[in-house]
Ligand binder design. Structure first.
Ligand code: ARG
Length: 472
């Protein structure tokens, strides 16, 4: 069955039919398609465009079609073209030709624009929820590991001591921004396009506000040509998704590095790793690698949709059918990753001693030593030079700064002897270094604790703001 055909004299070529059909993937929208159709039918009845009885008949029929689809009783073959045709055909099979009245004052162009918005609304809400759950788990870990000293890196060279808690909290804030972007994007998704019809509205006295209220939209679209031709809300979503997975990919990369025997900072649990078919000793961080690996496909989906849209004249073009699969894949990929990632982190074991030893080597307290000199009146630039000289000496002697004795310090800088006393060793201690970083947003355990507590309060109120899911 087709929703068109009157003006055609030849049958559609079989391959063309296959090529043209979207049912293979848009069947996934059946729930939202029926939800939108029910609201539309109710509005047609309310406005007397069709009779109230006809509207009721159609609504009841649509409910039965939904049940049939869910019970696998509907054959979704490609000659039905798309989900809209499939639903309408099954409706007409059930209630007769009155089912054909459903498509009054509507086009598949505004129908698909509606369906994808309904789908994305739920997808965004559920991803928002999962990100908040992940963030909560990061806050707990930030608290748990706030005293676990580790080297912080720049250029992947040991730089200054931080804590694992502080490092994890960095990801909390990256995810927080992703969450906020999804939340803001939701308001641009939640606009009703239905009633724009093919592109030019309709001469029927439809009530778009009624439909918007039925479907819980915040507003209605204000230009029919914009509404049926635009997919920028999908691009916005994909862009946030791309940033989110970029963050998770960086996180994964760290877990991969940290679990190498070269670093040996953490061990991922057996349940989140895999073995090798040939090397019996191997334990591979496949999950983290796959998260990193899947990043490319989400970037690809964003790039694909941008490219699909870039040359399209207004209003609807069939190219727009290509908007769905990348979005579905992005939603599925992020859902499973967000389900797995927090558990992977929570179950990892942390080699606290290894981290501490690493933090104690590689001159990570050199900056703090310069600060120690600055506190005695030496300009920072000179202090930097003094410590640099000391590092050179330590490298030559193959020792750490902490292993240079007080008399050696004095010998090294004979004209500045008075600067060096026992307090120097305190300044060089990584624990003193970390605890002394009292600047706001710094790695001091006390600061981590404070920030984590503030964020926990924010999280608790935020979880109540997640939009409800329409598909239960
Ligand atoms: N399957 C189509 C899509 O996904 C539905 C809209 C079809 N509209 C049309 N004028 N052929 O975009």
């Amino acid at each position: 069955m087709k929703q068109w055909g009157g003006r055609f004299q030849q049958k559609t070529d079989k391959l063309v039919e296959e090529f043209n059909a979207s049912l293979g993937f848009d069947h996934r929208l059946y729930y939202y398609d029926i939800m939108g159709s029910k609201a539309h039918a109710r509005m047609l009845g309310q406005t007397s465009i069709i009779s109230e009885d006809e509207a009721e008949l159609i609504i009841g029929g649509l409910e039965k079609v939904r049940e049939d689809i869910e019970k696998g009783r509907v054959e979704l073959s490609t000659d039905l073209e798309d989900i809209h045709t499939a639903v309408e055909k099954n409706l007409v099979d059930k209630i007769g030709s009155v089912g054909g009245k459903l498509h009054t004052a509507r086009s598949r162009n505004d129908q698909i624009a509606l369906d994808i918005r309904l789908f994305l609304r739920d997808a965004s809400a559920s991803l928002q929820d999962k990100i908040l759950i992940f963030m909560e788990s990061l806050l707990e870990m930030a608290h748990k590991y706030k005293n676990y000293i580790m080297p912080g890196y720049t250029h992947l060279q040991r730089a200054q001591p931080v804590t694992l808690g502080h490092h994890l909290l960095a990801y909390y804030f990256k995810l927080k921004r992703d969450y906020e972007k999804l939340k803001e994007g939701y308001s641009r998704i939640n606009i009703l396009p239905l009633g724009s019809c093919a592109l030019a509205g309709t001469s029927f006295p439809i009530d778009r506000e009624f439909v918007a209220e039925e479907l819980n939209f915040d507003d209605i679209s204000k230009n029919s040509m914009d509404a049926v031709s635009e997919r920028d809300f999908l691009i916005e979503f994909l862009s946030t998704a791309a940033t989110l997975i970029m963050h998770l990919s960086r996180f994964s990369e760290e877990l991969i590095i940290w679990s190498t025997s070269e670093f040996d900072f953490i061990e991922l649990a057996d349940s989140y790793t895999t073995g090798s078919s040939i090397m019996p000793q191997k334990k591979n961080p496949d999950v983290a690698e796959l998260v990193r690996g899947k990043t490319g496909r989400i970037y690809g989906h964003l790039q694909q949709l941008l490219t699909t849209l870039k040359g399209l004249p207004l209003a609807y073009n069939k190219d727009l059918q290509e908007d769905k699969e990348g979005v579905f894949d992005t939603v599925d990929t992020l859902n499973i990753i967000l389900d797995i990632f927090p558990g992977m982190l929570e179950s990892m074991s942390v080699n606290r001693e290894k981290m501490l030893t690493a933090a104690r080597t590689g001159f990570t307290s050199a900056t703090e030593l310069a600060n120690f000199l600055v506190r005695q009146g030496i300009p920072f630039r000179d202090a930097h030079g003094i410590v640099g000289k000391a590092v050179l000496f330590a490298l030559k002697e193959d020792v750490e700064l902490t292993e240079i004795s007080l008399s050696e310090w004095k010998n090294l800088f004979p004209d500045k002897e008075e600067l060096f006393d026992e307090d120097l060793f305190d300044a060089l201690d990584v624990k003193t270094c970390v605890e002394g970083t009292i600047s706001r947003g710094g790695p001091a355990p006390e600061e981590t604790q404070k920030v984590a507590e503030q964020e926990k309060k924010w999280l608790n109120t935020e979880r109540e703001k997640i939009p409800c899911l329409y598909r239960c």
